[in-house]
Ligand binder design. Sequence first.
Ligand code: ADP
Length: 654
Amino acid sequence: MSQMLLELKGIRRSYGDGSSAVEVLHGIDFSVRRGEMVAIIGPSGSGKSTLMNIIGCLDKPSSGSYKVDGRDTASLEPDDLAELRRNFFGFIFQRYHLLGHLDAAENVQVPSVYAGLKREKRSKRSVELLQRLGLKDRVGHKPSQLSGGQQQRVSIARALMNGGQIILADEPTGALDSKSGAEVMRILEDLNAQGHTVILVTHDPRIASHAHRVITISDGAISSDEINANVPDYSEQKVNSDEVYLKSGWASSVRAYMDRFSEAYVMAIRAMLSNRMRTLLTMLGIIIGIMAVVTVVALARGASSKVVENISSMGTNTITVMPGARMGDVRSGKVRTLTMKDLNALKGQPYVDSISATVSNTVYLRRGNQENSATAYGINTDYFRVYGMEVAKGRLFTEDEAASLPQICVIDALTARTFFPNEDPLGKRLLFGKLPMMVVGVLTDKEVAFRPNDNMYVYVPYQTYSARIIPRNYLSSMIVRIADGFSTAVAEDSITSLLKNRHGRKDFFIQSSDTIMKSINQTTATFTLLISAIAVISLIVGGIGVMNIMLVSVTERTREIGIRMAVGARQSDIMTQFLIEAITVCIIGGLTGVLLSVALGWLLSYVAPAIPLSFSVYSIVVAVITSSVIGVVFGFMPARNAAKLNPIEALARE
Ligand code: ADP
């Protein structure tokens, strides 16, 4: 094999730009053959680390050419450089750079996750490597439970995980006592003997003396490049056994991708668990936002379905005519043009099945020492037909007898039960205030739309009512039942034009189940819009919270990101990890919000059954999708920041 494994030509590196630029490497030329062991030695500040970073593809030279196994690195994108790091290099740092929340075996496996080694192979190999390095019984230990020497051996195992063709060791013994340091050097020599290329950087000539070739750097230039004849040369040797071992075991690209994804997921969950309080606080915004939205939507749906239920129980074929321009018209009390004559005129129309004047107020009903308030209606007999009310006992009054203003009434079932618990109410008298009325009929128990059913209702002939209870000669409203076969809309138009003709102007308005439905739909739409606006605002606030915390999290874990990049993580891997974290926080927050909202609805159904909550699967699905979208949108910036970090700067961060 004549081709050089590493080839550096005229490598220059300067920091800063323009006139303030400082050149640290001034044209470095050298090549490394497969299987060599090279020590780069020089005083502190001479540019060793800078050179090492370029060799390890963590950094690019400002000029000059660098080839790895024949591939020119100049034109490579960050992800291609990451691929070189994964496939060729194994880094050993002075400060080990292990991930604190992973145990020894997991730390060793990190490079192979990004390389796509199958899971079983991965864990088998990590244990084997640790065993080879004398850490058999430390496999499940966290870095904090290991000595410096042990940590450095874990990091050597990690460097070997993907084959470790080229081991790059930056002051590998710098932080170790002399015994552990000697141990690490012995391991590096062994690895070199097995066929690994080893490049080590040191300021210590004793460490350098372990290498067959020693390159001395001073002030950013090579001052000598010598062979140390005391150390055997293993260059141009066979391919090392690890590479052969790893040839099988790479997952297909789809599986490898899934694998990386699930690994990123596990990482995200771990990161979240190791910061529980912070995670919870991050979620809080989303939880409250989603909970509010789901609850309010359920309330709106519940209320509107209650109203719709009421309307449909009222029947779709009744129309109410009232004085005034519209509902709530303050001058409607002064309009006195709606009269009995109008009613009689309408009565003859073919589309009118039945029609009744209605007027109502609250009266005090008394009998003996029983006293209750009730709603008294003054109505025509047709009223009962309009509403489909029937007598359970006795009879309804007739129009003919009403003309003589009789003091008779029909009462509802509740009134009958209250005032006549143990006797037959028919023929008995009830005092309406001071006015005695004889009960002639009792209605069947039946709920009527838009009326609370715990109220009492009593009905007297309209004529009696307007003569004896509240004297007046105009109507406060008429209720019409449309004859079968006529549409409500047509009837509405006909009534409008008929009354307009009679009055000479439109001083009345019509309310039908149609118009009520329309106004309800309009109200609901407005309401929904309002809720959506509030929801959007609260979710944006929640999202900003997530973004904040993610930014903090990225800053806090900069070193971890640097380590992952050094062992070959692509930018997309880093991005995925942080995005998953953001999305997971949001989805869990969203689901919690939904659950809390449902729980609240359940609680309310006991505490306040009058407030109906109607949850829709649709709104829940939308809530969860929304929270994931928030995760993506607000997690994107922090995740991208993480992915765009410069590996060297990230590694340098403490
Ligand atoms: P060594 O590893 O031999 O101690 P380095 O490669 O770390 O040397 O540093 C060589 C020179 O480059 C030093 O003078 C250092 O101050 C400078 N240097 C290193 N990194 C940077 C940087 N990111 N920005 C500016 N100057 C740097």
